[in-house]
Design a binder for this molecule. Structure first.
Ligand code: T3D
Length: 267
């Protein structure tokens, strides 16, 4: 039997998805991207899951596109037709960004090792990025004559500003996790031995929080990146109006008044 390309396990309401091609640094093939999208789609429908952790098997998080995949590997034979990389992006990478950024529950990246190319973008598209101090982030695209993709051109300047974004994207140097935390690329860098426990603890904490409000918080912050303040104020009002009518608000305020832990259930 073939091993799954995405391993899935669950503790309480936290689903952990592990990229599982360690022999190729968990680089993406079409089949693996398809399996990841399928797993995320399934989680989005499953009310028993309230937080997702994404991590990698072995020494890497994800080395981006598998450059030996026949779908994208250039054919050096004279006159051979060029590969249409846009097809791969439209089929897999763009849906992956859209899926992650519209998940009804928070997604935590537990970056256990190198995250390169679309692998770095995968991590940075998650809601909270925690990395082992031995992990690193590489905008590998320029080294092979490509532009940053999978949302990286949108994300990088917003996370670290234009100067750092361009430095990282043009040079393609490895950025260690500690520096990634310092410049605001990621949320937190932790001891490598503690990464999975810390990521699980964070995920359990998020799983106990009001999922619908968390998903709308992501939506509001993302929308606010591209609209004037007046529009952001209107967006906040609309979202607050909707949340004010939802069960979790009732429950949150009742729990606060009763000095007990809330039991949130909205999705
Ligand atoms: O193409 C499209 O569809 C467009 C979309 C593109 C999205 C992208 O992600 S483009 C960027 C693709 N990724 C890269 O360019 C990264 C290439 N890899 C590296 O730069 C380095 O391997 C790393 C910085 C990730 C790690 O370096 P290091 O020194 O820790 O490991 P290594 O020795 O370079 O790699 C170990 C093995 O993994 C090696 O195989 P071997 O020699 O042991 O048989 C290496 O070839 C293999 N490997 C690493 N990355 C990839 C890979 N094999 C296929 N594809 C990879 N991306």
């Amino acid at each position: 039997m073939t091993e799954p390309l995405i391993q899935s396990s669950q503790t309480g309401a936290v689903r952990t998805l592990t990229l599982a091609r360690p022999q190729a640094l968990n680089s993406f093939t079409g089949a693996m991207l398809e399996a990841l999208l399928h797993a995320l789609d399934q989680i989005a429908q499953d009310r028993g899951v309230r937080c997702v952790v994404l991590t990698g098997a072995g020494r890497a998080f994800c080395a981006g596109q598998d450059l030996s995949d026949p779908l994208v590997a250039p054919d050096p034979a004279p006159g051979a037709p060029a590969k249409d990389l846009g097809t791969m992006i439209e089929r897999f990478y763009t849906p992956l960004v859209r899926r992650l950024r519209s998940m009804p529950v928070p997604v935590v990246a537990a970056v256990n090792g190198v995250a390169a190319g679309a692998g770095a973008s995968l991590a940075l598209n998650c809601d909270v990025v925690m990395a082992a101090h031995t992990a690193s982030f590489v905008q590998a695209f320029s080294k092979i004559g490509l532009v940053p993709d999978t949302g990286a051109t949108w994300l990088l300047p917003r996370l670290v500003g234009r100067a750092q974004a361009l430095g990282l994207a043009l040079l393609g140097d490895k950025l260690g996790a500690e520096q990634a935390e310092r410049i605001g690329l990621i949320w937190k860098c932790v001891d490598a031995a503690a990464l999975q426990d810390e990521a699980q603890a964070l995920a359990q904490r998020l799983a106990a929080m009001p999922s619908k409000a968390l998903a709308m918080t992501r939506q509001a912050i993302d929308q606010a990146q591209t609209v004037p303040m007046e529009q952001a104020l209107e967006n906040e009002t609309a979202l607050q109006r909707e949340l004010g009518r939802a069960h979790d608000y009732l429950e949150g305020v009742a729990a606060f008044a009763a000095k007990r832990a809330p039991a949130f259930s909205d999705r």
